[in-house]
Design a protein around this ligand. Structure first.
Ligand code: SF4
Ligand code: SF4
Length: 140
C-alpha cells in the first residue's frame, strides 16, 4: 500500500539518540537566541558568545564540549536548554531547505533515525509547510 502521511508525526518521531547534537558547525544562533538562552541560564548576554559560541564565518554557532557534543547537551537530560533552544533545533527536520530541495530529506534521514524515508515529494513539502507554520504562525 502507498505511504500517504498527512502530518509531521507520521514521518518524524525523535528517538532521543542525541546524534544531531554532535559535531561542530550546525547550530547557528541569532541575537534573539542569545538573549533567550542567556536569560534562561542566568548568564550575561554580552559575554555569552565568548563563553558558549564559536565563529562560523561571520555568524555564531553553539560551541561543542570536549566530547564533541553541543555545549548544552547532557547524556541523561539531552538538551538542557530545551524550552529556548535555537530555531534550527526546534524546527528539525522540518526545515526550509527541504522545501527547496526535497531530496535532502532522505540524506538527512541517513543520520537521523527518527525520520522516515521515501516520503512522496508533494506530501513532504505540504507537511513541512504546515509544521513551519506551527513555529512561525502567520500574523493576524
Ligand atoms: S538525530 Fe534525530 S532521532 Fe536522534 S536526537 Fe536528533 S532528531 Fe532525534
Ligand atoms: S541546543 Fe540543544 S538541541 Fe540544539 S544542538 Fe544543543 S543540545 Fe542539541
Amino acid at each position: 500500500m502507498d505511504f500517504k502521511p498527512t502530518n509531521g508525526e507520521e514521518i518524524f518521531a525523535c528517538r532521543q539518540c542525541g546524534d544531531c547534537c554532535k559535531g561542530f558547525g550546525g547550530t547557528y544562533v541569532t541575537a534573539q537566541d542569545i538573549g533567550r538562552i542567556s536569560a534562561y541560564i542566568g548568564f550575561d548576554r554580552d559575554r555569552f558568545p565568548i563563553r558558549y559560541c564559536e565563529k562560523s564565518g561571520s555568524r555564531y554557532v553553539l560551541a561543542c564540549g570536549k566530547d564533541g557534543y553541543c555545549i548544552f547537551f547532557d547524556r541523561e537530560k539531552q538538551c538542557t536548554i530545551h524550552p529556548v533552544k535555537p530555531y534550527m533545533c526546534k524546527a528539525w527536520p522540518f526545515i526550509e531547505a527541504v522545501i527547496r530541495h526535497p531530496e535532502n530529506w532522505n540524506m538527512m534521514a541517513n543520520s537521523c533515525p527518527g525520520m522516515k524515508k521515501d516520503v512522496p515529494e508533494k506530501t513532504l513539502k505540504k507537511i513541512i509547510g504546515s509544521e513551519k507554520e506551527k513555529l512561525h504562525p502567520p500574523e493576524k
